[in-house]
Design a binder for this molecule. Structure first.
Ligand code: F6P
Length: 519
């Protein structure tokens, strides 16, 4: 299918001109003063997520031209190609059909391409089996600890969601996530658990990832050394490499497909720790929330399509304003791993310097994504957001109703979120003084009614599609990650040198550090 790279679309030049005449000098305070309807016009209700975009550095003309950019770049046919199961992951010659993992099937499946419908049947078969297994584990009082061993997409999504959905979690069991090859992590967990009451989930799409396989081997060795016998009961693999799992000695296995990218996989078997924690009904609600967002993305016109509009803001800020990062500020402690999750989703997807054909791009792509749960961030780096020399767009995520019984805390929390967004925009006059805050600093405010499986599913799907659209505009393949390979190869070569001390042929810095590390 034909895609037009953003800088080759006529709207790109039009946006350049608009940036010079209106964008560069746009003042949010004046924009609100001049337009009573700005909040209504620039806010959007998508399924389970309300978005206030009005504190962004855009006006009606800019927004219209950005939307025109999406049209001219072929975002819609590209979206349809993904939904038809075409190989939009061109470098790896694969489809990217994570949306299928949350499709409800039934009558709604009629709009899917026939080839995709066949995959949906497989998806639903594995989902049913995995949820039945999750329920059995939930009912098994002898299992008190669930240890997920996985990294990247095989860790971040489930871990983030188990924390976020704490109000729905079965607290009869403890959930542990071991990701790094740093032995502190695994040994810390192994000190707390017993072999007869622990279920290890080895989560790895490839079943070859060094960190995960090292941890899995050590966990199995520990289990056997402690007298554990029943591997089939105490080890379960979540992988698309069933053969490797069997060779490892794990017979209980839930599979998924090469068309599920690691960072898009929390809806697949990789979601098992979540399914055990929140139960099958809530897991299905998570999928339903994501599907509602998929439908919004598929059907809403570009101008009212939230993932599209957020992606356009990303392009506007990165390529016209030259902003290098975006700070994510969740005003809900349950979302404390959200930034880590988004860092992989966005930066591993769109942190690329070449287009789909491998040609160097003449413009910047993914911003740096960073942040902390915001009440803490306020007392740490928000100083820089208000008075630093860089402008950093902030994305607030707030939840209207909470699941604790300290309403006065929530009022204070929300007041702080609103106040920070307001302060960023309004600033403060203190000519020549240290209290001067320039203001006019942009932010987006995402609001959930409640943090539930449904709304979390919708929120994550929103981010997935936003990343797809931004990647589509930038002309890159958002579904590969070659950049992480070199380090893996070099680590394999360095490991034996750390043992032997052989530094021949190494650069002087690596050789010097190697020598020091050997002591
Ligand atoms: O190294 C990057 C990566 O390939 C991620 O894309 C992926 O989520 C992670 O490693 C883990 O991979 P796997 O699930 O195959 O162990």
């Amino acid at each position: 299918m034909h895609r037009t790279r953003c800088d080759r679309a006529p709207a790109w030049s039009a946006l350049r001109a608009l940036y010079e005449t209106q964008g560069r000098t746009l003042d949010l305070r004046q924009a609100f003063a001049a337009d009573e309807g700005r909040f209504e016009r620039l806010s959007l209700q998508a399924p389970h997520v309300f978005a206030d975009l009005s504190k962004n550095l855009i006006n009606a003309a800019i927004q219209a031209q950005l939307t025109e950019l999406a049209r001219q770049c072929g975002v819609e046919p590209h979206r349809e190609a993904m939904l038809r199961g075409e190989h939009v992951n061109s470098a790896e010659d694969r489809a990217a059909m994570h949306f299928l993992l949350r499709h409800p099937g039934g009558a709604a499946a009629r709009e899917l391409a026939p080839s995709v419908q066949a995959s949906l049947r497989e998806v639903q078969g594995v989902l049913d089996a995995m949820l039945a297994y999750a329920q059995a584990v939930r009912e098994d009082a002898a299992i008190t600890d669930v240890v997920n061993i996985g990294i990247g997409g095989s860790d971040l999504g489930p871990q983030m969601a188990v924390l976020a959905l704490d109000a729905f979690v079965d607290h009869g069991k403890r959930y542990h996530f071991v990701s790094s090859v740093d032995g502190h992590e695994l040994s810390h967990v192994l000190r707390q658990v017993r072999p007869e009451s622990t279920l290890f989930l080895v989560a790895s799409k490839s079943f070859t990832t060094l960190e995960t396989m090292t941890n899995a081997h050590s966990a199995k060795a520990w289990f056997e050394a402690q007298g554990g016998r029943d591997i089939a009961r105490h080890f379960c693999a979540l992988t698309s490499n069933v053969k490797a799992a069997a060779e490892f000695g794990i017979s209980t296995c839930f599979g998924f497909w090469d068309w599920v990218g690691g960072r898009y996989s929390m809806w697949s078997a990789i979601g098992l720790p979540m399914a055990i924690a929140i139960g099958p009904r809530h897991f299905r609600e998570l999928l339903a929330g994501a599907h509602a967002m998929d439908e919004h993305f598929r059907t809403a016109e570009l101008a009212r399509n939230l993932p599209v509009q957020l992606a356009l803001l990303d392009v506007w800020y990165r390529n016209f304003h030259g902003f290098g990062s975006r700070s994510v500020a969740p005003y809900h402690s349950g979302l404390r791993r959200m930034q880590a999750y988004l860092q992989q989703l966005e930066m591993e997807s769109n942190g690329k310097r070449v287009d789909e054909a491998g040609q160097a791009l003449p413009y910047a792509t993914s911003p740096v994504i960073w942040g902390e749960p915001a009440a803490n961030g306020q007392h740490a780096y928000f100083q820089m957001l208000h008075q630093g020399s860089d402008v950093i767009p902030v994305e607030f995520i707030a939840v209207r109703k909470v699941a604790h019984d300290l309403p006065e805390h929530h009022l204070k929390l929300l007041a702080n979120g609103l106040a920070q967004a307001q302060a960023l925009m309004l600033g403060q006059a203190d000519p020549g003084g240290h209290r001067h805050m320039p203001g006019n600093r942009p932010s987006t405010f995402l609001l959930l009614e409640e943090l539930t499986p449904t709304s979390l599913g919708a929120l994550i799907a929103l981010y997935e599609h936003r990343v797809f659209v931004a990647g589509s505009l930038w002309g890159i393949n958002s579904f590969d990650q070659w950049g992480v390979e070199l380090g893996k190869v070099l680590a394999k070569a360095i490991e034996p040198r750390l043992e032997s001390g052989d530094s021949a042929g190494l650069d002087a810095s690596t050789a010097g550090l190697l020598k020091r590390l050997r002591g």
